[in-house]
Design a protein around this ligand. Structure first.
Ligand SMILES: Cc1ncc(COP(=O)(O)O)c(C=O)c1O
Length: 407
């Protein structure tokens, strides 16, 4: 199997904006409703184009290697039901080994259309109504939304501010894990939105506490490939085996290669009975076969688009440095939190002294910017906005200039 990239000399273009306004993109469709009275672009409420930097997907063109794989699949003329092939599993296993030093067996992997779907399957299979599920707010909203919608109880082990970053309050975590009603913990590693990449020592503490108290861990590692040096992603699978017997590790090429809309993710569960129960539950929720384009795209991504990913990471880190320097010199009332991983920048607006809803209004209607508002991430999020950094520099420059206007 040739695992090298097609053409190491290709320089990918991250400077050109892909205009997604009429592509049915979630964030740009929402922007239409926020910035026009009727969805018609001729009736913009703001003079200037709206800048939507909310939902976590990239406004970059994806790797041409992936597009080629999708076109090849399209040219087969039959889009029937598919199962993941040996090539698919080889690509996933090889990727995890090359990028993350993770060694897994093929039989441990099952598929899910998305990580959010997998979280729903796992909560409903392994917990009961009213059981406690630990989350660490502020955190990706579907974590709390899934717990609530399945009538479980949120147990918040709130993250603690530590300068420009965050840490875990382990005493509180252990207290909450020890409560008899607590059955599960959903870990976000790397963490959306605070940008932390948890260390192997932190994972070991989490795993020891959860093993001791019989708490099942879902480790959502969807952002694992988006980590900036000197930080390194530590997968839950790197822990000693006795510490992750009851864990569910979620990985996907969707964020790394900007193919979220294809909906494919890999769920790693070592214990056979637990895995069988998880798969049975995914059937009960109606999932039985992956999208026929997604597997081909994932194989191309993992086997041939690594160079695109590395270039994208350099570009996005450059964006982080640009945003940080601009804000720190020109708008010091906004605090730029440290970015260790993800392409999502957590910005602290506390010094403005206004509520999240007031700030949201100001940013949308005075500056024409549609951030992911911090309050949606739960407790501890109200003073913040989440900025998606995966845009051309010219776009982010325009956004920074507009931010000056709210001063
Ligand atoms: C932490 C985290 N998990 C899951 C998802 C969504 O995953 P999927 O599209 O596979 O359901 C996101 C998307 O932003 C995310 O940030």
């Amino acid at each position: 199997m040739n695992l090298t990239n097609c053409d190491k000399t290709t320089v990918y273009d991250f400077d050109s904006l892909v205009d997604r306004f009429d592509h049915g993109s979630i964030k740009w469709e929402n922007a239409k409703h926020i910035f026009t009275s009727d969805g018609n672009l001729d009736n913009l409420k703001f003079s200037g184009r709206p800048l939507a930097v909310s939902t976590a997907d990239m406004d970059f063109k994806i790797a041409p290697e992936i597009v080629a794989a999708i076109c090849e699949t399209a040219a087969k003329f039959v889009y029937g039901y598919t199962v993941p092939t040996a090539k698919y599993f080889d690509a996933v296993i090889s990727w995890l080994e090359r990028r993350h030093k993770v060694m897994i067996e093929r039989s441990w992997i099952s598929l899910s259309p998305g990580v959010v779907a997998a979280i729903h399957y796992a909560i409903s299979e392994f917990t009961n109504p009213d059981d406690g599920v630990i989350v660490q707010m502020p955190v990706y909203r579907p974590f709390h939304a899934s717990v609530r919608s399945l009538r479980r109880r949120i147990v918040n082990n709130m993250l603690v501010r530590d300068g420009k970053s965050y840490k875990i309050d382990f005493d509180d975590f252990e207290r909450k894990a020890a409560e008899p009603a607590t059955k599960m913990f959903i870990l976000c590693n790397p963490h959306n939105p605070v940008g932390r990449v948890w260390t192997i020592d932190e994972l070991e503490k989490i795993a020891s506490i959860c093993t001791k108290h019989g708490v099942i861990v879902i480790s959502d590692e969807i952002h694992a490939d988006i980590v900036f040096s000197p930080y390194k992603h530590a997968s839950y699978c790197l822990l000693p085996q006795e510490l992750w017997k009851n864990a569910i590790i979620c990985t996907s090429p969707s964020k790394s290669f900007n193919m979220c809309g294809l909906q494919i993710s890999n769920i790693i569960i070592r214990d056979t009975v637990m895995r069988q129960n998880f798969v049975r539950r995914s059937y009960m929720f109606g999932f039985h076969a992956p999208n026929c384009f997604a597997a081909a795209a994932a194989i191309a991504a993992y086997n041939r688009a690594e160079d695109w990913l590395d270039q994208m990471l350099r570009y996005v880190y450059g964006n982080y440095e640009m945003v940080k320097e601009f804000i720190e010199t020109k708008i010091p009332q906004i605090e730029v939190m440290q970015l260790q991983g993800t392409y999502l920048q957590w910005l602290n607006f506390e010094a403005l002294g206004i509520t999240g809803h007031e700030r949201e209004n100001l940013l949308r209607h005075k500056a024409g910017i549609f951030f992911e508002s911090g309050y949606i991430f739960g407790e501890g999020g109200d003073a913040f906005e989440r900025l998606n950094l995966a845009y051309p520099k010219s776009f982010l420059n325009e956004l920074l200039q507009r931010l000056l206007s709210i001063n």
